[in-house]
Design a protein around this ligand. Structure first.
Ligand SMILES: Nc1nc2c(ncn2[C@@H]2O[C@H](COP(=O)(O)OP(=O)(O)OP(=O)(O)O)[C@@H](O)[C@H]2O)c(=O)[nH]1
Length: 203
């Protein structure tokens, strides 16, 4: 049996060509693939990381950005523990598509899913079309976390995935603790009284 404490599903979405596959390959394989082909449908890769001494397995789903695959890729949103919405900082058009992606998240993902907005390709300094502060403003408006990355130069890529892994692990631990604290009725051996876990009460 594989040895890990938690398994989380992370799904990358965003327009075609923004660099989703390159981000995943940079993180999972430590490389920037030359001439990366467009994704067909959905692909996935695995990486196990260590968070505070515990092994956490990340199942990373890389979806195709092309419109024709949209109905297939939308079916993957529901299972996501975290979503990464990627645009290309050198392409205003990919930033202008964000409202459509947000609407898809609202329609298909879990309520209040952990969501990141990521502006990729920051290595192309002279071709930038979307300033950082615009991306950040947009992320704040939709209560998303924000990062800018370069899959090519490996900038902020590990930070992105580790940040997600840490956040999801923290949530999972809190949930575990609540469940172990909350065993319903329990009998205290000293006082011989029956206590009701307060977290079990629902008003
Ligand atoms: N300069 C630069 N180019 C990048 C970066 N990330 C990806 N690219 C290039 O952008 C192109 C598209 O990258 P992909 O990773 O295939 O993009 P995608 O979002 O997965 O595209 P689809 O699979 O069609 O949805 C490729 O030519 C990559 O080499 C980056 O950080 N910097």
């Amino acid at each position: 049996m594989e040895d890990y404490k938690y398994l989380f599903k992370i799904v990358l979405i965003g327009d075609a060509g923004v660099g989703k596959t390159c981000l995943v390959r940079r993180f999972t394989q430590g490389l920037f693939p030359p001439g990366q082909a467009a994704t067909i449908g959905v692909d996935f890769m695995i990486k196990t990381v260590e968070i505070d001494g515990e092994r956490v397995k990340l199942q990373i789903w890389d979806t195709a950005g092309q419109e024709k695959f949209r109905s297939i890729t939308q079916s993957y949103y529901r299972a996501a523990n975290a979503l990464i919405l990627v645009y290309d900082v050198c392409s205003q058009a990919t930033f202008d598509s964000l409202p459509q992606w947000i609407s898809d998240i609202e329609s298909f993902a879990k309520h209040k899913v952990l969501a990141y907005l990521v502006g990729n390709k920051i290595d192309q300094i002279n071709s930038r079309e979307v300033p950082s502060y615009i991306g950040k403003q947009w992320a704040d408006r939709f209560e998303m976390r924000f990062l800018e990355t370069s899959a090519k130069d490996a900038e902020n890529v590990d930070i992105l995935f580790y940040d997600i892994a840490m956040e999801l692990t923290k949530d999972a631990r809190e949930k575990d603790k609540l469940e172990s604290d909350c065993t319903g009725f329990n009998i205290s051996p000293n006082t011989k009284t029956i206590n009701r876990c307060t977290a079990c009460f629902k008003f």
